[in-house]
Design a protein around this ligand. Structure first.
Ligand SMILES: Cc1ncc(COP(=O)(O)O)c(C=O)c1O
Length: 394
């Protein structure tokens, strides 16, 4: 074949046999491919049977997903991890893998709205029913457990009032009925707390938050022992909810700065909470560093290095004051329907994340019309305090 002949054939096979050199790239390569080529049937069978690490077809798992899985498993102190297309895919795959018709779930009523909606809307149609509790109230959790309870679901820190469930105590309660404690670690990351060290069976994350850190990559991950992750991996393959290679690759880049970012988020939020607590326009601040926080003692025990960037505060002026604050801050601290970016963002929970809850429940959760949730970024806290101070001025 000369250079011009058989062009269509050579073009179709272009690049397939260019081996990388012996040196590894400092940043793992992006394998943006849905399928891999094999030299013989035996090696394909070994990978498909799980006897050898490798990749066959995107939906069954791929190189960049595996790189991220290994990194998260290592950071969480877990034997294994499964990456998924989103955080919701991670929790959906987990519940479908570990519960069946007739089983029961106990969940903190403060969990993320999407998780609650899965539990309250989709799972009852499969005959899996949930009792909602206050995850920080051990008596209420204990009362809700039954012999059919398979899962206890909580967030390590809740949104937006930053409550702190006592994970070792919850693990002991769940263990009495043989249920698995599954912790959403999105707000804390393994840089601040590794749920498995405190008795949890599984930990899961929404990757576009702190784990990825830059709001640019979508994904989810669940980490834990291999007997559980193997079942979850199967349900993710059936759901077709595999993370994209590019998202996994981007998330890994963000993960590299996790430790430094979480320190900065924690210090920034503590400083901003202190400033807001002393401000006359603010009636209340929810942050575990505040002495009036209902689980301040649990937080001090579980989070010696801080609790990340989440806090919320109530404005004396109610909803009109909220609107004024949002408009005054729109060039610096935007209203944003996500969180945990390196830049500070805010949200009004009563009309966004928690808008579907009835008024009585909003009141019980402390989500008033004047409440703002801040996701404090890694900016210089003095700048954030100056900007908030100017925006809160009469
Ligand atoms: C605490 C928490 N967990 C889980 C999720 C769901 O993750 P995802 O949006 O990646 O599906 C979110 C989304 O905002 C969240 O805030």
């Amino acid at each position: 074949m000369n250079d011009r002949s058989h062009l269509t054939t050579r073009a179709a096979r272009a690049g397939a046999h260019v081996a990388p050199g012996t040196a590894l790239p400092l940043v793992p390569a992006l394998h943006q491919t849905t399928v891999y080529g094999y030299p013989d049937l035996a090696s394909l069978h070994r990978v498909n049977n799980g006897e050898e690490r490798g990749q066959a077809y995107y939906r069954f798992g791929h190189y960049n997903g595996q790189v991220l899985e290994q990194a998260v498993a290592d950071l969480e102190g877990a034997p294994d991890a499964v990456t998924t297309a989103s955080g919701m895919a991670a929790i959906t795959g987990t519940v479908l893998a570990l519960a069946e018709t007739g089983d029961h779930v106990v969940a903190d009523r403060n969990v993320y709205g999407g998780t609650r909606s899965l539990l309250e809307t989709d799972l009852p149609r499969l005959g899996i029913h949930t009792t909602l509790v206050d995850g920080a109230d051990l008596t209420e959790v204990g009362r809700a457990l039954t012999p059919r309870t398979k899962l206890v679901l909580v967030e390590a820190l809740t949104n937006p009032t930053v409550r702190v469930p006592d994970l070792p105590a919850l693990s002991a309660l769940a263990g009495h009925v043989g249920a698995k404690l599954v912790v959403d670690g999105t707000f804390v990351t393994p840089a601040l707390l590794r749920p498995l060290d405190h008795g949890a069976d599984l930990v899961w994350h929404s990757v576009p938050k702190y784990l990825g850190g830059h709001s640019a990559a979508m994904g989810g991950v669940v980490a834990g022992p291999r007997d559980l992750t193997a079942r979850i991996r199967q349900s993710i393959i059936h759901l077709g909810a595999t993370v994209g290679p590019f998202d996994a690759w981007m998330a890994l880049l963000g993960l590299k700065t996790l430790g430094l970012r979480m320190q900065a988020h924690s210090q920034g939020a503590t400083a901003v909470a202190e400033f807001l607590a002393a401000h006359p326009a603010v009636t209340h601040v929810n942050h575990p560093s505040r002495p009036d926080h209902p689980q301040a003692a649990t937080a001090a025990k579980l989070y010696p290095d801080g609790t990340g960037g989440m806090l919320s505060f109530a404005l004396a002026g109610g909803r009109p004051a909220v609107d004024q604050l949002i408009s005054r801050l729109n060039q610096t601290i935007p209203l944003s329907p996500s969180l945990a970016d390196v830049s500070t963002t805010m949200i009004h929970p009563a009309t966004t994340t928690h808008k579907d809850l009835p008024r009585e429940e909003l009141d019980a959760l402390g989500i008033t019309d004047g409440l703002i949730r801040l996701s404090v970024g890694i900016e210089d806290p003095a700048d954030l305090i100056a900007e908030l101070g100017a925006a809160l001025a009469p």
